[in-house]
Design a protein around this ligand. Sequence first.
Ligand code: FMN
Length: 339
Amino acid sequence: MTLLTRLYPTLKPWLFRMDAERAHEWTTRMLRLSHALGMVQSVAPEAAQPVECLGLKFPNWLGLAAGMDKSASCVDAWGALGFGFVEVGTLTPRPQPGNPKPRLFRLPEHDALINRMGFNNPGIHAAVKRLEKRRTKAVVGVNIGKNFDTPNDAAVNDYLYGLKVAYPVADYIAVNISSPNTKGLRDLQAEEAIRTLLSALKTEQARLQKEHGKKVPMLVKIAPDLESMQIQALARVFNELAVDGVIATNTTISREAVAGHPVASETGGLSGLPVRQRSTEVLAEFRELIRPETVLIGVGGILSADDARAKRAAGAQLVQIYSGLIFRGLDLIREVAGA
Ligand SMILES: Cc1cc2nc3c(=O)[nH]c(=O)nc-3n(C[C@H](O)[C@H](O)[C@H](O)COP(=O)(O)O)c2cc1C
């Protein structure tokens, strides 16, 4: 068992007294340092099964969800900890600071977080430079988005730019159209908007495949706040355009499950336990509607191996965690990677 696994339960009360974003910065800095000193060992069980899909070999089915390593600054360390894959980003063409702080809030009574980070990131070029030097065997996905000041009718240019710049270093690309913290972003999930966006991206993907002599699969990350009609429309477009995979889901704007909590009225996306059920339902709806060869990644509210198994039962080949890592620590990696 690594030192970090043993330390987290001791550090957690102290970290939870700290501002949430500062605690995040501190822990990632410690992780990077520990890895540089050769002190990070995998907590994934040896028996964890590799998964082959999307033309890639995942050492195991557990991934780190987007947003934890927005700048691709610790990819090797996450891989060393035992993640089978790491999704970096969201990355935008130009660097941007994100929303004013505070913008990340804990709801420990609900095993939940609310964030309105707003795609704070160093820009796609800086991340790609780091990824060129990576050594990890973990699969690396690059999650792309648009700058906050790019209007929706020009959003396609930002995504095309991200795809092109990330293509040489990414194992897969995640197209993020579901963050609630960039104004209008989720409107790109409307049927005609997503058809236009994805048609352009698929054409570019085919061109890049020829140029680089390799196919980098493209997945779309969707919101949990979709009605059945919207899910059907999205599935129609994904099938039509043969999208390689779907990541279900991002955070929710619903506050039903946390009503009355002191920070429930903070603007942003809610993640963790309160989004678990809805994320799994959306996943299951997509599985029903989508071509069988489309890969599904289940994310949202995984706090135990059983939660991850429920995603598998709903049709996911791979799963990701974010909030669970904050509340459960590295034990969750061990449990889920081997589930
Ligand atoms: C602080 C924070 C930042 C996030 N940033 C991103 C992001 O930049 N891009 C993205 O696609 N998802 C982002 N997410 C969403 C997560 O990747 C994940 O989809 C969501 O939190 C649900 O999973 P969870 O319940 O395990 O946290 C973020 C989540 C949190 C809590």
